[in-house]
Design a protein around this ligand. Structure first.
Ligand SMILES: NC(=O)c1ccc[n+]([C@@H]2O[C@H](COP(=O)([O-])OP(=O)(O)OC[C@H]3O[C@@H](n4cnc5c(N)ncnc54)[C@H](OP(=O)(O)O)[C@@H]3O)[C@@H](O)[C@H]2O)c1
Length: 286
């Protein structure tokens, strides 16, 4: 395993995205726990979750609770694992995703996430998505208060544009350590945010790095160069994709979702795959 930095914390260069284990199509808990344990066995020390990763209205925090149970039942040392969660998204239970970033709601959401994760302070708390009904500065101001109150150790933002990243940086200062935006071979329009993270020395966590739960399996058929490099290297197109993302910038820490031990093991191995300049050029152009 290779490592990268989020704020003052060293994490595995590839993390585990928890969403597929808690939303539509999720597996049973036994398989999910095996998946999380396989990630830990492979050296993964970053797990991304959110209170909104659940299916039914009455099970808010399903994914956070699952991760807490899996960490507790793991035989090895988990003290170096950074669990990064988020607040500000909601799932009313009809399949939709809604937002609430009022300061009062974020404070309550953070408190509830702490309880589910069984921690006094959340290692990395990310504002999930801007709420058009709430001034962004007010939402980010609430996150700042949570850091200053000791409920959150490091702050992140998600689904933010460059203007919002700069505003969050102004409000949070060094408390802001990461930006989590969508980025994959199919979705490259977060380039300006990635460049800004390089400039401001913020970690950049690409979400749905393989194209999302429904389309991750088609990556090689949708983007031929990923299949070609994969065949030449004897690895999966998904592993090539993660190695390509890692090569975009030293601040990139991909968080591929997984619901099977096999897939997270394969993804974790991407940290050992060094692509050469010709391969990277072909993938850039894909
Ligand atoms: N901030 C946000 O707004 C936001 C939005 C979406 C997602 N996220 C975060 O980002 C994470 C990743 O995004 P995502 O889960 O939507 O999509 P993704 O990572 O692009 O794709 C996930 C799917 O890829 C498959 N997969 C993973 N590694 C593989 C491999 N090596 N070979 C073949 N297939 C592989 C998994 O299959 P199996 O299920 O069969 O293992 C999984 O269902 C989420 O889990 C979540 O933590 C954040």
């Amino acid at each position: 395993m290779k490592f990268r930095r989020i704020g003052n914390t060293e994490v595995s260069a590839v993390g585990l995205g928890g969403m597929p284990m808690s939303i539509e199509g999720r597996p049973d808990e036994e398989r999910s726990v095996r998946t999380i344990h396989a990630a830990l066995d492979a050296g993964v020390t970053l797990i991304d979750t959110a209170d909104a990763y659940h299916l039914h209205a009455d099970e808010v925090g399903h994914n956070e609770s699952l991760i807490a149970r899996a960490l507790a039942s793991y035989g090895g040392d988990t003290s170096g694992v950074l669990v990064a969660t988020k607040g500000g998204h909601l799932r009313p239970g009809d399949g939709s995703w809604t937002v609430n970033s009022s300061p009062d709601y974020l404070r309550r959401a953070c408190e509830a996430s702490c309880k589910r994760l069984g921690v006094e302070a959340i290692g990395l708390y990310q504002h999930h998505r801007p709420d058009p009904k709430v001034p962004y500065a007010d939402s980010i101001g609430a996150i700042r208060e949570l850091v200053d109150a000791g409920k959150v150790l490091m702050a992140g933002i998600s689904n933010a544009d460059p203007e919002q990243i700069r505003l969050a940086r102004e409000i949070l200062g060094d408390r802001l350590v990461s930006v989590q935006n969508q980025y994959s071979p199919a979705f490259r329009s977060s380039e300006p945010e990635l460049a800004l993270c390089d400039e401001l020395d913020l970690a950049f966590l690409p979400w749905s790095p393989l194209g999302g739960i429904a389309r991750a399996g088609e990556l090689g058929s949708r983007f031929a160069p990923f299949a070609e490099v994969a065949a030449a290297r004897g690895v999966s197109p998904q592993q090539v994709c993660l190695a390509w993302l890692l090569a975009r910038s030293p601040r990139v820490v991909p968080i591929p979702g997984s619901s099977r031990p096999e897939t997270i093991r394969d993804s974790a191995a991407a940290t050992e795959l060094q692509l050469d300049a010709d391969e990277l050029a072909a993938l850039d152009a894909a």
